[in-house]
Design a binder for this molecule. Structure first.
Ligand SMILES: [Zn+2]
Length: 49
């Protein structure tokens, strides 16, 4: 894996998930988090990754 890949390939920020990140949410306690589509369902989506 190149250094560029490490910056462009993100995984879901939810502990224990590990799926590919798809969107950024506005978490009420943690602020902006990058998460996968299924984990974003309960929160307000700020933008796509
Ligand atoms: Zn997830």
């Amino acid at each position: 894996m190149s250094l560029a890949d490490r910056f462009t390939t993100k995984t879901c920020g939810v502990l224990g998930c590990g799926a590919d990140a798809e969107v950024v949410i506005d978490h009420p306690e943690h602020g902006e988090r990058t998460v996968c589509g299924s984990c974003a369902a309960d929160f307000e989506v700020v933008r796509d990754v």
